[in-house]
Design a protein around this ligand. Structure first.
Ligand code: UDP
Length: 477
């Protein structure tokens, strides 16, 4: 292997929503920068991963892209199924570090840089040991990044006012966060067992060579400006990085069904890789879809009580028993209008189909970007993590969605509200207005990624830093 070629190592942490954007960044570095890339994958659910075909290297990447699945880590000793998915991710990643170190140490063609995410900052010391550059990749937006980077510096009194008295939280130069749009509590609560680790991760992120974020300058100009003015670490908006449409045999049946439907007539319903609903909520959603009298494709998972991120770390297999949670006679009454997809759909392929007229989504950032680049209007139904912030940004600032209101209060979303939002997007004017706004966003995203665009330039800067580092190392300086 030529030593003049940059080699980048990426660490992907557990959860499909973490792995998918990291793989996209990897493919982008291979195809646009001609870098050699190795992706180290830490996973808690090796079986489901195999089913999603995500780990197969694309044929056009030649031998430039290596995907290395790190050994399975047993974390059953930390509390079993009741333990939070954050605790599972943090522990799994920590226990994977010796394997990552060993893999990197035996590489003959040592990487020039290591890219990690919020959960992977412990790996940055390995980069230091081998004189590699260090980058963080946040597969979310700049507003979320700003909240993370700023909360440890905000006066405790102000945070208490936010957490206890539900006052908006002010982030320097950015839109304040309303209490009801807030993140998981450990980001704010100094008494939470994760808070110290979170602050340490933020400190490590601030000492890297840069933070790559899956957004673009024209989408979040104010927040990015504030970040650049207030933070020493360089910020590189490189998005939107989104999977291209991959035709797969796996999606044939769904696409064949969509082919038979009129243009923009179908609502696609999916809550990402992790989202799960309660049994009551599954029933209400079914009623809402039926009452809307509209066509739908619904990625259906077995209900789980009180765990909105129920499948984030382990997708599991669907079972026919899930159908028992649907209202009596639902399948017969909707057989000409609806398609139920168990567990996992080829989402990008579905969203890019001309029959899709709207996307009822949990607002995970990957799903959000996929909807925008395919020009699909959004119904925002956030569940966990930063999704309520994303929904607020999409609805109040960007104009790309309407919002299911009941989620503000964490009450179950009723069938009448679901019926109403689906009709607003597919039948009423609102869907058309949002569609034209999304068209503008789609064009703006394309411009950002095109040669000379803001994200293209950011990515080139990162690439140049890597090339320069390699040259410096080669010259022995
Ligand atoms: N996804 C998919 N099929 C599904 C559900 C999800 O391909 O049935 C993909 C989706 O296209 C997206 C990712 O999984 O790329 C989910 O990421 P997102 O950030 O939207 O949500 P998360 O799963 O992290 O909550």
């Amino acid at each position: 292997m030529e030593t003049t070629m940059s080699h980048i190592a990426l660490l992907a942490n557990p959860g499909m929503g973490h792995l998918i954007p990291v793989l996209e960044l990897a493919k982008h570095l291979v195809s646009h920068q001609s870098f050699k890339v190795t992706v180290f994958v830490v996973a808690t659910d090796h079986a489901s991963l195999a089913n999603t075909h995500l780990l197969q290297s694309p044929a056009d990447s030649g031998d430039l892209l290596d995907i290395v699945l790190l050994p399975f880590i047993d974390v059953s000793d930390i509390g079993g199924p009741s333990v939070s998915f954050i605790a599972t991710i943090v522990t799994t990643v920590l226990r994977s570090m010796p394997f990552l170190r060993s893999e990197i140490s035996k590489m003959e063609f040592r990487p020039t840089a290591l890219v990690v995410d919020l959960f992977g900052t412990d790996a940055l010391e390995i980069a230091d040991e081998y004189n590699m550059l260090k980058f963080v990749f946040i597969a979310s937006n700049a507003w979320f990044l700003a909240v993370m980077l700023c909360t440890p510096e905000i006066d405790r009194k102000e945070i208490d006012e936010h957490v206890k008295n539900r006052k908006p939280l002010h982030i320097p130069g950015c839109k304040p966060i309303k209490f009801e749009h807030n993140l998981e509590v450990f980001f704010m609560d100094a008494n939470d067992p994760f808070y110290q680790g979170y602050v340490e991760a933020i400190n490590k992120m601030s000492l890297t060579d840069g933070i790559l974020v899956n957004t673009w300058d024209e989408l979040e100009p104010t927040t990015l400006k504030a970040l650049r003015e207030t933070k020493k670490v360089p910020i590189y908006p490189i998005g939107p990085l989104v999977r291209p449409i991959e035709k797969s045999a796996f999606g044939n049946e769904i696409i064949a069904w969509l082919d038979k439907q009129p243009k923009q007539s179908v609502i696609y319903v999916s809550f990402g890789s992790g989202g799960t609903l309660s049994a009551q909520q599954v029933k209400e959603l079914a009623w809402g879809l039926e009452l809307s009298q509209q066509k739908f494709v619904w990625v259906l998972r077995p209900p789980i009580e009180n765990d909105a991120a129920g499948t984030f770390l382990a997708l599991g297999n669907g079972s026919d028993a899930t159908l028992n949670y649907l209202p009596d006679g639902f399948l017969v009454r909707t057989q000409d209008r609806g398609l139920l997809v168990p567990m996992w759909a080829p989402q990008v392929e579905v969203l890019s189909h001309p029959s899709i007229g709207g996307f009822l989504t949990h607002c995970g950032w990957n799903s959000t970007m996929e909807s925008i680049v395919n020009g699909v209007p959004i119904i925002a139904w956030p569940l966990y993590a930063e999704q309520k912030m994303n929904a607020s940004m999409l609805t109040e600032d960007i104009g790309a969605s309407i919002r299911v209101m009941a989620v503000e209060s964490d009450a179950a979303v009723g069938r009448e509200e679901i019926r109403s939002v689906v009709r607003k997007i597919l039948v009423d004017r609102q869907g058309r207005n949002i569609r034209s706004r999304i068209k503008e966003l789609k064009d703006s995203a394309e411009n950002a990624l095109a040669k000379g665009g803001s994200s293209y330039n950011s990515m080139s800067q990162v690439a140049n830093i890597c090339i320069q580092h390699l040259k410096t190392k080669a010259s022995g300086a």
